[in-house]
Design a protein around this ligand. Structure first.
Ligand SMILES: *[C@@H]1O[C@H](CO)[C@@H](O)[C@H](O)[C@H]1NC(C)=O
Length: 159
């Protein structure tokens, strides 16, 4: 009996380590939201300039991003298993950035140069809101790795 117990314990320990509690893979890498700049005033149904410089930490040809509006300061802990927010104030959409001068792919829109805001009247004047960009890396070495998600955000203020 003593023999089998000593074999079983390491076996269960290895199993526990092999099954991750959180399926999503968060990366501390992220790109830079160039625009809007921090503290810019957002008017209801108005628009903001948008520019995002991707990190592309796994050097892919294309970097998928998703763009969100949140009414709290987001962290990577707020991302669900597929790297999305479940509690966003608004979802601007998913876009594809071509790296190394690669052209846009048909069917995958490039990031817009402006973001059109939704009705913000439910938020009081002077409320802090956040534009967030989730960048996904799918080509990290050594290959066949789960997608990694990196987060950048900038605070804006409602008019
Ligand atoms: C993550 O959130 C998105 C958007 O809210 C939702 O559509 C998707 O089903 C969620 N994914 C998982 C695995 O919960």
């Amino acid at each position: 009996m003593r023999f089998s117990t000593s074999l079983l314990v390491p076996c269960f320990a290895a199993l526990a380590l092999a099954v991750p509690n959180v399926p999503r893979v968060i990366s501390s890498n992220h790109g830079t939201i160039v625009e809007p700049t921090s503290g810019v005033v957002a008017t209801t149904e108005g628009s903001l300039p948008f520019s995002y410089k991707d990190s592309n930490w796994c050097e892919a040809g294309y970097s998928p991003i998703s763009v969100w509006l949140l009414d709290y300061a987001p962290t990577t802990a707020n991302l669900n298993a597929t790297g999305q927010f479940t509690d966003a104030a608004y979802y601007f959409g998913a876009f594809l950035i071509g790296n190394f001068g690669l052209p846009p792919l048909s069917g995958s829109p490039s990031p817009p140069t402006t973001l059109t805001l939704p009705d913000l009247s439910q938020y009081g004047a002077g409320s802090s809101m956040y534009i967030a960009v989730v960048e996904t890396a799918t080509t990290c070495p050594p290959g066949n790795q789960p997608a990694q998600y990196g987060l950048a955000s900038v605070e804006i203020t409602t008019a």
